[in-house]
Design a protein around this ligand. Structure first.
Ligand code: SF4
Length: 157
């Protein structure tokens, strides 16, 4: 069976962002995966027990804190652990994740000062998925993601 692709739920139109909105995108890769029934929609912050809407949060070193200074690290880590469990159960091989999010960001995240300043780093879930051997891309890297999956499918065929 073909490997599945975990996608940040907000990118698929679920209104699960901290502000109660979504980040719906349209792209041929996502349409193809939908048709092939290979999409696994997941929001780690919801899975970790945070409500929507919720306070915005950013990583500060090894912790995740809200703009009001509340430590929400445990919920972010729980959500990331549940994502890895789901990914392994569903045979996920790749993930398409929302850029810059403290959970989902790939390669760049906000620096913890709540000033829209980016630093190199990965979201909590993105890092866990990478450590579990899953290839991660943001929605800004869908050309690369499409190429990666085409290569995977060619080898897997
Ligand atoms: Fe989207 Fe990830 Fe934030 Fe959930 S945690 S709303 S999936 S960016």
């Amino acid at each position: 069976s073909r490997g599945k692709v975990l996608v940040s739920a907000c990118l698929l139109g679920s209104a699960v962002r901290y502000d109660g909105r979504d980040n719906l995108i349209a792209h041929p890769l996502l349409q193809q995966l939908q048709t092939q029934q290979r999409l696994v929609s997941f929001c780690p912050e919801c899975a970790g027990g945070l409500s929507t809407p919720r306070a915005p949060a950013e990583q500060q070193g090894n912790r995740v804190v809200t703009v009001a200074g509340k430590d929400v690290t445990a919920k972010f880590e729980l959500g990331a652990d549940l994502a890895v469990q789901t990914a392994q159960r569903q045979q996920v091989v790749m993930a398409v994740l929302k850029a810059k999010s403290p959970s989902c960001g790939v390669g760049q995240i906000y620096d913890g000062s709540f000033s829209k300043t980016l630093v190199n780093g990965d979201g909590v879930m993105a890092a866990r998925l990478q450590a579990a051997g899953i290839s991660t891309f943001s929605e800004l890297q869908l050309t690369e993601a499409s190429a990666w999956l085409a290569n995977y499918d060619a080898i897997d065929a």
